[in-house]
Design a protein. Structure first.
Length: 152
């Protein structure tokens, strides 16, 4: 599971250097293939291909007539590209995402469990500074973490 925040860089050719903490996890997974995509064009989602295939299997169980499912598939296909990590822990970020998300130079990688996101560092920092947990958010989290499940 990818956790935490890691600073990273994209070189002049658009290659993303996987941070060492995340690279260690990649090595443990013996993963060389990744699917890089986005749902909004403002950041990149970097999925180990095995995890992305699980996501596709979940989607395959849903109706493509559902507008949200169709929209998700359209966006992740539009921005998506399968890439390979090289022996220097670099992967080529898709040009469309480099442009739309302003991914160049200094970036921030955020662990999101089965995948990690890559953000323009300046944009990410500004967005995080605006985040505040509301009372509604705390209620949702309380229900998630502390609600008692009824016995089956």
């Amino acid at each position: 599971m990818f956790r935490g925040r890691q600073d990273a860089k994209l070189d002049e050719k658009g290659r993303f250097k996987v941070p060492s903490a995340f690279k260690q996890l990649v090595d443990e997974m013996s993963e060389t293939q990744f699917y890089i995509t986005s749902t909004n064009g403002k950041s990149a989602e970097v999925w180990p291909l095995k995890e992305w295939i699980k996501r596709e299997a979940q989607l395959a169980q849903s109706s493509t007539m559902n507008p949200a499912i169709r929209k998700y598939q359209m966006l992740t296909s539009h921005y998506g590209q399968q890439v390979e990590i090289d022996n220097q822990a670099r992967m080529l970020m898709p040009q469309l995402l480099r442009t739309s998300a302003r991914l160049d130079g200094e970036v921030t990688a955020i662990g999101m469990g089965p995948y990690f996101e890559v953000h323009n560092r300046e944009t990410y920092t500004a967005a995080v500074e605006q985040q505040v947990l509301t009372a509604e958010d705390e209620l949702v989290l309380d229900q998630l973490f502390f609600s008692k499940k009824s016995p089956a």
